[in-house]
Write a protein that binds this ligand. Sequence first.
Ligand SMILES: Nc1ncnc2c1ncn2[C@@H]1O[C@H](COP(=O)(O)OP(=O)(O)OP(=O)(O)O)[C@@H](O)[C@H]1O
Length: 220
Amino acid sequence: MSFVTVTNVKKTFAKAEALSGVDVNFEAAEQYVIKGASGSGKSTLLYLIGGLDRASSGEISVGGKNLFHLGDDALALYRNNFVGFIFQFHFLLPSMNCLDNILLPAKIGGKDVNAAKKLGLELAETLKVSHCLEKFPYELSGGEQQRINIIRALSLRPKLLLCDEPTGNLDSENSKIVTNLLKSLAKEFKATLIVVTHDESVAKHFEQQLVMSDGCIVSK
Ligand SMILES: Nc1ncnc2c1ncn2[C@@H]1O[C@H](COP(=O)(O)OP(=O)(O)OP(=O)(O)O)[C@@H](O)[C@H]1O
């Protein structure tokens, strides 16, 4: 059985249909890229799978959980426990140093902060940002900020890693580094990785490529 199952999902904003009946499956611990023109529905699909928004109709199940049936609190728990999000802009909190930013999901979710810290320190070493942990986000370069963001997203060992244009504000060198990091960390954590991008230089690193057009998956 697939880890993520999307069945006839539609999403309408006001009168506009952003998703017009999407059917797609994602297997556990596999890696995917979703491509497609601007406005084709890529981010909308990613947000629905991540429980950041709800489908207008259809079903999404993740790890056997049907998101449609989860109430708001259960959906928030699902997001915190199950999903790591990485966006183009990092959303690190400017008033906290980077280590505190990394520990935030564990603190908010009432999880083992020491375990999150141990993992955070290990990943910071691997990603070569140990020297950034005591600094505030504004003191870091874009590439360093995105690596801290990745560590925060992985701090609770999510089974699903959802990335929306994760390299959108990086130069090509950092873009390549971040893409390779995402792939190798997802593999190490046995997480399902789904990356949305319209950047071919990022997409080419993925064997499994989906293409969206006008709210539908047109190629798998
Ligand atoms: N919150 C919203 N309110 C109204 N319309 C929205 C909202 N979010 C998305 N849309 C619309 O839904 C459609 C799909 O948007 P979406 O952001 O999913 O596309 P995308 O493929 O990710 O585009 P891009 O590559 O430009 O980020 C677009 O027409 C967009 O204007």
